[in-house]
Structures are given as C-alpha cells and as structure tokens.
Design a protein around this ligand. Structure first.
Ligand SMILES: Nc1ncnc2c1ncn2[C@@H]1O[C@H](COP(=O)(O)OP(=O)(O)OP(=O)(O)O)[C@@H](O)[C@H]1O
Length: 333
C-alpha cells in the first residue's frame, strides 16, 4: 500500500539575512512525515531544528528570511500561503508546542480563556460548549481538577501543569500535525516521562503525525518511530529509531550516541565531540559540513557534495565517509 505523507518537504532552504547577505540555516531538506508517527529531529544546538519548525509553521519574518523549495501539507502548498490562510491552519490543522510553557502562555489570562480562544477562532462551538470542551481537554491532558485549573492563572501552576495546558491548546482542534519543539527540556525527569506518554497517547488516539524536536537522545529512544539527525541545517542520517540506535552510520550520529550517558554506567567518562557547531556565517557550504569536527579522517573520504545514500530500506546516510570513519584510538568505546 502506498503511504501518503501528511507533510512533504522538498529541497527546503531557509536563509537568514545577516548584514545584507543570506546564509542558510536549513538546506537541501527533503522529508516526509506520515499520519500516526512520531518523527524525532535531533542535533546539537544551532543545527537548525527550530528554524525548520518555524519554517513549516510559517512563523519566519519574510523581511529577514528567504524560504525556497516546497512544503506540502495534506496536499496543500504552504510556501505560497498568505498570513490569513496560514492563520486558518495554525491552531486548527497544524499545532505547535514550544519549549518554555511560561512564555507561551499569557500571564494575565485565566487558563480557560486561553484554551477557549483557539476554540473560538477555529470552531463553531457556543460559549457553553467551549466551556465544556475546555474541561474535557484539561482532563484529556491529565489534569486532575479541570474546574480548578481552568480558573487559575499560569503562574499558579507547576511547570508540568503549564506544559499540559500548552498541549491542551495545541490539540484543542485535533490537528493532523503537531510540532513539539523541546517540549520536555524545562521539566524534571518524572514529569518529562509523563508528557512524552501523553504525546504518544495523542498520536495513537487521533492518528496525529508528530514532529518531536529534541537534543536528548534518551527522549528519542523512548518516544520516536523514526529519527532525522540534523547537522549544519541538513539531514545527515534518517531512519527507523531502531536502525539509528543499533546501526548508526554517519560519524555525527555515532558521535552523538557516544556522547550520551549510558544508563547502566551513568558515571562513565563521556565522549566529547571536537569543536562546536559553527555559526551560520562560518558554516562550510561545500563538502561535508561535519568534516572539520573529525579532522583525523582522511579528507578524501568525504564526498565533495555529499548526498543521502539509502544504506538499507528506509535508512539514509549523507556522505560515503561513514564507510571509512572510526573513532581515534583511546577514545571511550
Ligand atoms: N532570526 C535569525 N537570524 C539569524 N540567524 C538565526 C536566526 N534564528 C536562528 N539563527 C541561526 O540559525 C542557526 C540555527 O538555529 P536554530 O535555532 O534553528 O537551531 P536549533 O538546532 O534549533 O538550536 P536550539 O536547540 O539552540 O534552538 C543558528 O546558527 C542560529 O544562530
């Protein structure tokens, strides 16, 4: 059976204007997201994950940004949409959850008003029905006393409760696609697990396609169906979660995994990836963008213009350098 993607990105490039010149934060980006899957996007800070999310959501300032390529959502091209049309999709068919629940909520409005607002704009529900729906949504996201929470202001809630409220707003209109940008980073571990469970429950019950953006590979292993590893604005590896964890190929994926604390040996010395993600102006645009961070690898191992290779079914790796890459002797295995 042919699977129809919910979201289909083709050659997407997002460039920021800095001192009058454009620099790509996302480039050569090709990706499909399907209904009822959680696709994780991972990479260090500065790899372009949030830029990709805001590009899909149409939240980039056109004065400062240039977006090229095609973004199709449920068969509709988004890159041509004007703000009014985007507004009919955002909050309704396209939902987004940001990292910091406090700054995503209006401190001066009660929780009920903030959830009801989305229902007001995107549904025909009456005021009484909206009130009822707000309570149902709060219950759905695991809030024990919806009546009480509905009446409270954001500062009266814990971080975990606020994130649940944000999720309630994001799912209020049953979006087909939900983008969650670091949804658990600000939360402690127990609450993190509960929020991830909630996302999985939403995916299962509503067949939602979810893009989960995170730098935390532990979160990815627990939650995702597929994983896109991003470096320098590009996908460097894409595959089913099991393939990424059990048979990682790209030197960047392998380095990220090696730098992750092991559960059975949490105090073990960690591998540290050499150097840093370069700024946009310093990012090399030809050759393998990760090459400067693995300087011991023979430069001839890299392709001059690396492309994604399918190494096994549905598992893609950029640049054939993975065939020759080894960690230097003496680094932690
Ligand atoms: N409005 C902007 N103008 C210029 N450069 C920007 C802008 N927004 C982001 N960048 C740059 O684009 C690159 C990608 O940033 P982005 O925030 O998308 O990365 P990220 O992987 O999401 O990182 P983080 O996890 O820290 O949010 C970075 O070099 C960042 O400095």
């Amino acid at each position: 059976m042919v699977k129809i993607p919910l979201l289909d990105l083709k050659n997407v490039q997002t460039e920021f204007k800095i001192n009058g010149q454009y620099y790509p934060a996302v480039s050569d980006f090709n990706l499909q997201v399907y209904p009822n899957e959680i696709l994780a996007i991972v990479g260090e800070s500065g790899c372009g994950k949030s830029t990709l999310a805001t590009t899909i959501m149409g939240l980039q300032d056109p004065q400062e940004t240039r977006i090229t390529g095609s973004i199709q959502f449920a068969g509709q091209e988004l890159t041509d949409l004007d703000e009014a049309h985007y507004n009919t999709l955002r909050g309704a068919k396209l939902g987004m959850i940001f990292q910091d629940p406090l700054s995503s909520l209006n401190p001066l409005k009660r929780i009920e008003a903030q959830i009801a607002e989305v229902l007001f704009y995107h549904t025909d529900l009456t005021a009484t029905q909206r009130h009822q729906r707000v309570l149902e949504l709060l219950k759905e996201v695991g809030i024990e006393n919806p009546q009480r929470t509905a009446h409270q202001f954001p500062h009266q809630l814990s971080g975990g409760m606020r994130q649940r409220v944000i999720i309630a707003i994001a799912i209020a209109c049953r979006p087909d696609l939900l983008i969650a940008d670091e949804p658990t980073t600000a939360l402690d571990v127990t609450i993190q697990a509960q929020i991830l469970d909630l996302l999985r429950q939403i995916q299962r019950e509503s067949q939602t396609g979810i893009i989960l953006i995170t730098h935390d590979l532990g979160v990815v292993a627990e939650t995702a169906d597929r994983v896109a590893v991003m470096y320098g604005g590009q996908i460097v590896e894409l595959g089913p979660v099991q393939a990424i964890f059990e048979k990682p190929q790209h030197p960047y994926t392998r380095s990220l995994l090696r730098s992750m604390p092991q559960r059975d040996n949490p105090t073990d010395e960690l591998y540290v990836i050499e150097g840093m993600v370069p700024s946009l102006q310093e990012m090399p645009l030809t050759g393998d963008r990760f090459a400067p961070r693995i300087p011991w690898l023979n430069p001839a191992a890299h392709e001059p213009n690396p492309i994604l290779h399918e190494v096994e079914t549905d598992h893609y790796v950029r640049c054939s350098c993975y065939q020759q890459f080894e960690f230097p002797e003496g680094t932690k295995a």
